[in-house]
Design a protein around this ligand. Structure first.
Ligand SMILES: C[S@@+](CC[C@H](N)C(=O)[O-])C[C@H]1O[C@@H](n2cnc3c(N)ncnc32)[C@H](O)[C@@H]1O
Length: 294
C-alpha cells in the first residue's frame, strides 16, 4: 500500500512539515536520520485512517475537525518508551538512604509533612510504582507520619492507560526481587498486578513537558525523576524543560536523570552531586534565583 511504503531520496515536503509540527507541539525533534522512523509511524496512522498520501495526512493533522485527536494518536505512536521496574537500582537506593533523609531534614520545621515526587515521562508506570515501593520499604522509619504523593505524567495517553491498569508481564518485571514481588504484587494469570497499597499514592495524568502553561503549574515538588526522556529533545527543548524543573522544585529539591544523561552543556543552574553508584542534581543554595533565563 502506498501509504505505508517508505521511499529513499530527499524527504517528502509534508514529512518535513509534520516533523516541524511535532517539534512545535511536543519539543520532540526527528533529525534527518530519524525521518524514516517518523515516516513509518505516520504510515501506520495513515493505514488506520485509510489515507493514501502524506499531504492528505498533513491536512488531517492541521485543518480537519479530528486534528486534535489525530495529533494525540500520532504522538502515541512516536513516544513508545522502553522501561521496566527497578531499571536503575543505585538511584532508588540513593533515594532511600540519602536523598529522602536530606529532604525531610530540610522540611523538618516547615508547615506540612508532605513529600511530593514527580516522575516526568513515566511511560507505562513501572518507574513511579518502583519509587513508591522504595519509599514503602522505608515507611516504618523516617517517613512515618508523612504524606507521600507520587505524581506520574507522560505525553503518551496509551502508556498512561496501561500504567493505570497496573498489570505487567515478565519483561517489565524481570528485575524484581522475590521479596518485592511478594510484598507489592498480586498474581493475575501469568502476569503481576501492582497491589492497592502501592497504587494508592500514585496518580497518573497526561502532561506534555513542552507545554509551558501546564509546566508552570507543577509547583512545590521535592524530587523529580526525568529519566530517559530528554533523549527525545534537541538542546533548545531540553533547556526549556530543565528551566521549568528548576522552577518547579522547592529550594532543597533534587533532580534525577537517566544513567546516560547529564545537564552538561544544558544548564548550570543545578549542582551535580555524586551518590553511591549514581548521580543527581540539587537545586541548592548556590543556584541562581528563579528569574534567571538561560
Ligand atoms: C524511554 S521512556 C522513559 C520511561 C521511564 N522514565 C524510564 O526511565 O524507564 C520515555 C518517555 O518519555 C515520554 N515523553 C516523550 N516526550 C515527552 C513530552 N514532550 N512530554 C511528556 N512525556 C514525553 C514518552 O512518552 C515516554 O513514555
Amino acid at each position: 500500500m502506498q501509504a505505508a511504503s517508505i521511499t529513499e531520496g530527499p524527504p517528502e515536503p509534508e514529512l518535513v512539515r509534520i516533523r516541524e509540527l511535532i517539534y512545535r507541539v511536543a519539543g520532540i525533534f526527528h533529525p534527518d536520520n530519524k525521518l524514516r522512523l517518523l515516516r513509518e509511524r505516520c504510515g501506520r496512522r495513515m493505514k488506520n485512517l485509510g489515507m493514501q498520501s502524506l499531504s492528505q495526512y498533513f491536512e488531517c493533522l492541521t485543518i480537519s475537525p479530528i486534528r486534535q485527536g489525530e495529533l494525540i494518536a500520532l504522538l502515541n505512536e512516536i513516544t513508545i518508551g522502553e522501561t521496566c521496574f527497578f531499571r536503575n537500582t543505585p538511584q532508588l537506593d540513593a533515594l532511600r538512604r540519602i536523598v529522602i533523609p536530606n529532604v525531610l531534614a530540610a522540611k523538618a520545621n516547615g508547615p506540612q509533612r508532605r513529600l511530593r515526587i514527580w516522575s516526568a515521562g513515566c511511560s507505562t508506570g513501572e518507574e513511579p510504582y518502583a519509587l513508591r515501593m522504595s519509599l514503602l520499604d522505608q515507611a516504618e522509619g523516617l517517613l512515618e507520619g508523612w504524606v507521600v504523593e507520587i505524581i506520574a505524567t507522560d505525553l503518551n495517553q496509551r502508556s498512561l492507560e496501561y500504567a493505570k491498569a497496573a498489570l505487567y508481564g515478565k519483561y517489565s518485571t524481570r528485575n524484581l526481587t522475590p521479596r518485592h514481588q511478594q510484598k507489592y504484587f498480586l498474581p493475575f494469570g501469568d502476569q503481576l498486578r501492582v497491589n492497592p497499597m502501592v497504587r494508592a499514592n500514585v496518580t497518573f495524568s497526561r502532561l506534555n513537558l513542552s507545554d509551558d502553561a501546564r509546566m508552570a503549574l507543577m509547583k512545590n515538588v521535592d524530587i523529580i525523576f526525568c529519566c530517559n526522556v530528554l533523549i527525545y529533545f534537541d538542546l533548545t527543548s531540553k533547556r526549556r524543560v530543565i528551566r521549568h524543573f528548576f522552577n518547579n522544585l522547592l529550594p532543597h529539591g533534587y533532580l534525577f536523570l537517566g544513567q546516560a544523561e547529564s545537564l552538561f552543556g544544558v544548564s548550570q543552574d543545578f549542582r551535580l552531586v555524586h551518590l553511591p553508584g549514581t548521580t543527581a542534581y540539587v537545586k541548592g543554595e548556590s543556584s541562581p534565583p528563579e528569574g534567571k533565563t538561560l
